[in-house]
Design a protein around this ligand. Structure first.
Ligand SMILES: [Zn+2]
Length: 219
């Protein structure tokens, strides 16, 4: 794939919600947000194999968290990071969702995988790192992960309720992150991207521009 096609935020939300709907995951009618069953969606809805194997691939740009081999319909979670993944379920879910994002968004010819090979520069194996210079396809996979793990209508509903009650504290955001089984940082990125809230150094602002104006969330 020579160039990465642009995907708008709206299109990304639609892609994620369509997958959840197709999987018949009832995310809307709930008292508390539910975690997206990302491992089930990967294995049963997309028929991708998730394997745990040590990945020794050296990468100066950061530790490798996972990889995808499109021609084998295989996601490999780095077993060497298993302690981290077990400690932080949110990191594990986000990593899996990110890999599914590559499959959904970046593997061109899913019916003809021999010729479709893969993502960047026809690599057979595509490695994903924890932190690195985020290339467009990495950013898109991250956006996809945020959108499928934290469905927009659910996030809007609960943040709306918090706002209506006139109290938004970090504790509520931790509770929300816990319900979705994502990390607090993944939730904060999502809230900023949706323009719902902006969190900086443990303080909650109505928006990034409000933060830039240094007005704390306070009624
Ligand atoms: Zn990636």
């Amino acid at each position: 794939m020579a160039k990465v096609p642009y995907i708008s935020s709206e299109a990304m939300e639609d892609i994620a919600l369509n997958i959840l709907t197709a999987y018949e995951f009832d995310f809307e009618d709930v008292v508390f947000p539910k975690p997206t069953p990302i491992d089930e969606i990967i294995e049963f809805h997309y028929d991708l194999d998730v394997a745990w194997e040590p990945i020794d691939h050296f990468d100066p740009e950061g530790s490798v968290m996972a990889a995808i081999i499109p021609s084998q319909k295989r996601i490999i979670m780095n077993e060497s990071q298993k302690d981290l993944f077990e400690e932080k379920i949110g990191t594990m879910n986000f990593t899996m969702a990110h890999e599914l994002g590559h499959w959904v968004l970046h593997v061109d010819d899913k019916d003809n995988l021999q010729t479709a090979l893969s993502l960047k520069e026809k690599q057979e194996v595509f490695y994903c790192r924890s932190h690195s210079m985020r290339s467009p396809i990495e950013q898109q996979a991250d956006m996809f992960a945020g959108a499928i793990l934290m469905p927009k209508p659910v996030v809007e509903k609960f943040i709306g309720r918090f706002k209506a009650a006139r109290t938004i504290e970090m504790g509520q955001l931790y509770m929300l992150a816990n319900c979705f089984q994502v990390s607090i940082s993944a939730l904060c990125v999502r809230l900023d991207r949706l323009g719902l809230l902006y969190v900086h150094k443990g303080k909650v602002y109505n928006s990034r521009s409000e933060y830039e104006g240094q007005i704390a969330f306070d009624f």
